[in-house]
Design a protein around this ligand. Sequence first.
Ligand SMILES: [Fe+2]
Length: 295
Amino acid sequence: MTLLAGAAAFGYASVIERNWFALRELEVPVLSEGVAPLRILHISDVHLTPGRHRLMSWLRSLDALEPDLVVNTGDSIAHPHAVTPFLESLGPLLDRPGVFVYGSNDLYSPVVKNPARYLWRTSKQEHARDIPDLPWLELGAAMEAAGWLDANNKRGRIKAGQHDIEIAGVHDSHISRDRYDLIAGPADPAADLRLGVLHSPEPAVLDLFADDGFDLLLAGHTHGGQVCLPVNRALVTNCGIDTERASGLHRHPATGDDSRPWLHVSAGLGTSPYAPMRFCCRPEATLLTLVPGIS
Ligand SMILES: [Fe+2]
């Protein structure tokens, strides 16, 4: 009986919930009074392999939301031949203003592992391989060629709708490729929005963005816990962030006054092909509508 229940739960997690994509819509009171609303589509952790047609077509449908800006916080691919399918999945979204950072899984192909290992340790040691074996540079070059901003250890400026957005981002701290020193410095108070992007919501890195005056920080990596207790109660985050902020909209640091930046952590859209399950943590993309909230 126990075996039967376990098989049913695995079937649900790997076949049904893993393909039960959700659009989360959130309002973020982060703009100054008088600034028009700004719609940001946040996607993350697609972990695309060429056969995932449902995921690809759902991703492609998101252009109908007509976002002003698309932010991709990494782990886009999980296969050497996934770059073209990923770009085709983005489709018309690539014609919109966009920004991206890499996650470790854009560089390193997935390996067979015990899916329960995150309960006692993170995956940080799994990238001990020194030489990336996935076409991450080809992926980044294609997004950049479409006009998206490469924010890996870089700062930049994007015009999205009527908004002047200052953006800073780091490469993935999970594999020690983050170089905040290259982007450090106070954010521009004259911009309509000061946006920080990073793959892994590591508190020490988030602190640096907060100290420099960024208003909104977008990250992924956690998969929202991926296999959770009801309802959306993460057991692990695979990094230093607390389980209460494994996904969704919060402040960083977790406690303090209203000057703290907002932090949105995406639960992401995919999984490693070797841990193909989600439980009480549907795959998601998020439409963030930024509205005035700063007087
Ligand atoms: Fe991921």
